[in-house]
Design a protein around this ligand. Structure first.
Ligand code: GLN
Length: 472
């Protein structure tokens, strides 16, 4: 049996029945990686010894690939950056501790855009990751390694993080289910911070049920992260039983009709997804997100501002790379950072420092915070009318490596994912079909995005599950 093909649910059933052990699951992934990852490049490192030892200690655990910014004891945590080369984590992030307590073990570290800034994984300083559906194309980003590993059947499921779309857009590009939980649902302790008011950890998986199981395992209150409320975590997977779209009110966003830059095939697939929902008994309702058009501008003020503060800690003193060319403390800081950070990270630090600087703070950062509140209110208003909002996930299918050279064009990938991130609500990307093959482009996977209210993950997953069934 080709164990690497399994998802979490099937792997757990086999472990329960005694058909195989956790060690067998790890060994299957090691063999699969040696065979297929040489082409895809999803993994940065895979500590076989540690993974096998963890498997032997937890013979019923399912191995999970981990994005390279989540701390796992004894493993590198390089965040796709040269500046953290050689850094070894002294502790487990809360998500890792939680998942270990609930039948999972970390196995392998997967590639990402440097410090999670990007939409193609091309900003990784540590290697190229290719889309398993077309090796000429990107897997999306920033959780591109996670998505390529799931879509390329190089793991059973993976953890990613999402600040403005980094779970959902790569999930769409690589035919995975990707869930961005509500802000506060999952602890960020031990997860390298990009933009602290937006970052969330979530699952990338082969099915909605698998995503529900893994989300349930990582979520919950953590004393080490003050944004996580004490509300108990529902049994997301159990609540999927009997999931249906009958009578579910699904919002389509008025402002997105005829929006520029949407690939015609993505439009077709999204329209078909809406038709599937109707056929399955859902009621389609038009909703308005009048401030969504400002989301991109708001995000590119708030996220870099927070990043510029968070990345100040990488100074050549405490972690990772230290310049050998420095002769005083100031040049130690500046040279270590100049040598260690890549161009996109530097761009964000400069933007972030600028919008926070004295005299500009109110005009940029303060104003962006106010517009962010308006965006959140738009969602609150919409969710008083509908259960979920359905949108395209990304404006296009996977693009070619090297195709998008201009940072602003790259930023547009997150057009549909950023508003929900700013609002702090939960959202998922669910596979919705493939583009038609063309001479210049093979058939490529496309996902649609479902968005639900804050802490309505049960509903989000039920709707996603019912949609997944309707697509069969
Ligand atoms: N692509 C977006 C950015 O570059 C989102 C990244 C993310 O969600 N981590 O900021």
């Amino acid at each position: 049996m080709e164990l690497w093909k399994l998802g979490i649910k099937a792997a757990r059933e086999g472990l329960e029945k005694g058909d195989f052990t956790s060690r067998d699951l790890v060994e299957a992934i090691i063999a699969r990686r040696n065979e297929a990852d040489t082409k895809i490049g999803a993994y940065l490192t895979f500590d076989e010894e540690q993974a096998l030892a963890l498997a032997d200690a937890n013979p019923k655990a399912v191995p999970i690939a981990v994005k390279d910014l989540i701390n796992v004891t004894g493993q590198p945590c390089t965040c796709g950056s040269k500046i953290l080369k050689g850094y070894i984590s002294p502790y487990d992030a809360t998500v890792i501790r939680n998942m270990k307590a609930r039948g999972f073990i970390p196995a392998g570290r997967v590639n990402m855009d440097e410090f999670a800034m990007g939409s193609s994984t091309e900003n990784s300083a540590l290697g190229v990751t290719r889309n398993p559906f077309d090796l000429e194309r990107v897997p999306g980003g920033s959780s591109g390694g996670s998505a390529a590993a799931v879509g390329g059947e190089l793991c059973y499921a993976a953890l990613g993080t999402d600040t403005g779309g980094s779970i959902r857009q790569p999930a769409s590009f690589c035919n995975c289910v990707g869930v961005k939980p509500s802000y506060g649902r999952v602890s960020r302790f031990g997860v390298t911070a990009f933009a602290s008011s937006l970052d969330q950890v979530g699952p990338l998986a082969k099915s909605v049920e698998d995503a529900a199981i893994l989300l349930g395992a990582i979520a919950g209150h953590d004393e080490m992260d003050g944004t996580t409320p004490k509300d108990p975590v529902p049994d997301y997977a159990a609540l999927l039983a009997g999931a249906s779209l009958k009578g579910v009110r699904i919002g389509v966003v008025k402002e997105y009709a005829g929006i520029a830059g949407l690939d015609p095939e993505v439009k077709r697939i999204t329209d078909e997804a809406i038709a599937k929902c109707t056929a399955a008994g859902a009621e389609i309702v038009e909703v308005s997100l009048p401030h969504a058009e400002y989301a991109m501008a708001v995000y590119y003020i708030i996220a870099p501002a927070e990043a510029s503060a968070n990345l100040a800690r990488f100074d050549g003193v405490r972690y990772g790379h230290r310049s050998e060319r420095s002769n005083d403390v100031f040049s130690l800081y500046t040279r270590s950072r100049a040598e260690g950070f890549g161009p996109e990270v530097k761009r964000r630090i400069i933007m972030g420092t600028y919008v926070l600087s004295s005299g500009y703070y109110d005009a940029y950062y303060g104003r962006a915070q106010k517009v962010r509140t308006l965006i959140r209110c738009d969602f609150e208003e919409a969710f008083s009318k509908v259960d979920a909002i359905l949108t395209p996930c990304a404006p296009t299918p996977a693009f070619k490596l090297g195709e998008l050279q201009d940072p602003l064009t790259m930023y547009l990938n997150d057009l549909f994912t950023i508003p929900s991130s700013l609002a702090g609500v939960c959202a998922a990307s669910v596979p919705a079909g493939f583009t038609a093959a063309r001479p210049d482009r093979p058939a490529l996977p496309v996902g649609v995005q479902f968005i639900c209210a804050s802490f309505a993950e049960s509903k989000l997953l039920q709707i996603s599950k019912a949609f997944e069934e309707a697509m069969k």
